[in-house]
Design a protein around this ligand. Structure first.
Ligand code: GLN
Length: 214
């Protein structure tokens, strides 16, 4: 039995995330558990970190359930983690929202900052530019996903040039003259700024692709 833990750290969007993984994992007999228990979250086959709200508040909630350590220990053990929306944002080094600078998990360098676009929040369906060899977007015809956010990572700082390690796969979206990271695929750590659970068949297939890595 494959188990996916959805981390409950006081952020929102939990039920739709649970239902979406149940639907995507149904044919594989995936069991989904909503939990704030560190042991369950650390040892499940997959951990999904959803998120709604402000960066600082989400980081505070994550720390209250020891979420930084859970994520770190899972990644050291090469156990898959999927961050969605703010659950992706908090994986970066820091966030600046409403003038408040907060430290994130630091899995990747970079700053989450306000989108420089005429209309914010960026709310609705939009296209993504995924890398050709992406496992996250394998088999997905449509490249349209559902976004609801005002902040994002506008500059990707990981420079893999000349190194031995496989660089992360970075997916971008253009919006209102700005450009931000829409998804990252980095070994066991996957993250999406958009909401796969709100993105219809394309989102379901992305979750199926993630479940297939567990
Ligand atoms: N959907 C959300 O809750 C996103 C909130 C996040 N602080 C952002 O605006 O980018």
């Amino acid at each position: 039995m494959t188990t996916v833990a959805v981390l409950d750290y006081g952020s929102g969007n939990l039920r739709s995330a649970v239902r979406a993984v149940e639907r995507a994992g149904g044919s594989r007999g995936v069991e989904v558990v909503l939990t704030s228990d560190a042991r369950v979250a650390e040892h499940a086959d997959g951990l999904l970190v959803p998120g709604v709200g402000a960066f600082e508040a989400c980081m505070r909630g994550l720390r209250e359930v020891d979420g930084e350590r859970i994520i770190e220990r899972r990644l050291i053990a090469h156990r898959p983690v999927l961050g969605i929306c703010v659950g992706m944002q908090i994986l970066f080094a820091e966030g600046i929202e409403h003038g408040v600078r907060s430290r994130g998990c630091g899995e990747w360098p970079g700053t989450v900052e306000k989108l420089q676009a005429p209309i914010v929040p960026h709310m609705g369906w939009d296209t993504v530019e995924a890398p050709a060899d992406s496992g996250m977007f394998a088999g997905i015809e449509s490249e349209r996903f559902y976004f609801v956010h005002s902040y994002g990572v506008r500059e990707w700082l990981v420079d893999a040039e000349g190194t031995a390690f496989t660089p992360p796969g970075v997916t971008w979206t253009q919006y209102g003259g700005d450009r931000f990271v829409a998804a990252v695929e980095h070994g066991p750590l996957w993250a999406t700024q958009f909401h796969p659970e709100k993105s219809g068949d394309a989102g379901r297939r992305l979750l199926e692709n993630w479940i297939a890595t567990l």
